[in-house]
Design a protein around this ligand. Sequence first.
Ligand code: AP5
Ligand code: MG
Length: 234
Amino acid sequence: MSLYLIIMGVQGAGKGTQAAFVSDKFGIPHVSTGDLFRAMKSRTDELAQRVQQIMESGQLVPDEVTNEVLQDRLEQDDAAGGVILDGYPRNIAQAEWLEQYLKSRGEKLTGVLLLDLDFYTAFKRAFGRVKSSSGKTYNFYFNGDIIDMSFEEHPEGKYPPRIKAVLKETGEVLERRADDEAAAVVKRIDIFQETTQPLIEHYRKQGLLVEIDAAQSIQAVSAAIETAIANATA
Ligand code: AP5
Ligand code: MG
């Protein structure tokens, strides 16, 4: 039986973290539209450049572009048994496109996992997120024992100070996502409230929604998700 799952929640709720867990546990690919767009960064064509600019400002990429990128990913061989969707759909039009698309393939959604988190904690998780060159994620709010955080002034004072996070043990300067700057995180949270939140009711009415408390530890959230998927497929 195919497993088509959606994981949704405000920015920083832990969608990427938990989708990776579901992918490992249930053997289905983790399909994140944000990751698919970030992978276009090395391309020089006009469309790829425009997508990077939209993302950095925290706005949504247009639906036609997003649906096309998603369809292309869903039609790859490894996605034949289903996927866990992270960051898609983000509005009602995308949700309707997905329902039609799955129907055209004789498939349907198995369930929608909603990670519930207050916006203040969500802001800190996204704004404080940093990554090492090995791909390990840290957060300067919660890992102050191993990370030094400081403000770096622009040499000509043209832009606001930037945050610099360094791994104390090795001196490695950690990377931040361009859209994790304060203004972009706030913009993304605003868009979530205006555009993505209506999806909660949409899926609740269809009996597909399972709400999970995302303020718990990563392990506790994973355990709740595993139970929810077991119930949805029983
Ligand atoms: P996308 O990449 O999807 O970003 P997002 O939705 O803003 O969500 P994040 O990745 O910031 O948060 P997350 O919930 O995955 O949290 P994470 O697991 O990293 O989208 C980026 C952009 O792409 C959009 O703004 C838009 O421009 C474009 N885009 C993407 N999809 C689109 C679509 N469908 N339509 C149009 N445009 C689209 O966790 C965050 C941090 O918290 C990490 O440091 C993690 O370690 C930590 N953490 C996680 N869980 C816990 C926990 N339980 N306790 C403590 N810490 C935790
Ligand atoms: Mg993510």
